[in-house]
Design a binder for this molecule. Structure first.
Ligand SMILES: [Zn+2]
Length: 132
């Protein structure tokens, strides 16, 4: 029976439910964990008009105005990632690059995000801005 062989094998993706997630994803996570790498959680940010309820989810240090702030979201929008070394908020291609760096090695999160990373980590400039 050729037709049945062509069907995807359900429940063969690490028990992650329903067989809906592609198997390469589970395999990737498995091989990363085997290499001692902690997979990253994906976040995005979205520019919104501030309301009474948005400040809670506001991302600090991304710049803001009376008509626009950035909020963190789990829905696909502008890629967002914080550098674990200097605490700099990275956006877009920068965030994608930071995420790839984090997942590149077991100590990937300790790698600098740019030429100013260690300097900024030392002066805590981003840490202060994020806490503001
Ligand atoms: Zn950095």
């Amino acid at each position: 029976m050729v037709a049945s062989k062509a069907l995807p094998v359900l429940g063969n993706n690490g028990g992650q439910g329903g067989g809906r997630k592609p198997r390469w994803r589970a395999a990737r996570l498995k091989s990363m964990k085997a290499a001692g790498i902690t997979p990253t959680r994906k976040y995005w940010v979205r520019p919104v008009t501030p309301t009474k309820h948005t400040p809670r989810r506001k991302v600090q240090a991304l710049g803001e105005s009376a008509s626009r702030i950035f909020v963190k979201t789990k829905r696909s929008s502008i890629p967002f990632r914080t550098c674990a070394v200097c605490d700099r908020p990275c956006l877009g291609a920068d965030a994608v690059r930071r995420r790839e760096l984090d997942e590149s090695a077991p100590d990937g999160r300790k790698l600098p995000c740019g030429p100013r990373c260690y300097e900024d980590a030392k002066s805590k400039v981003w840490r202060k801005l994020r806490a503001a």
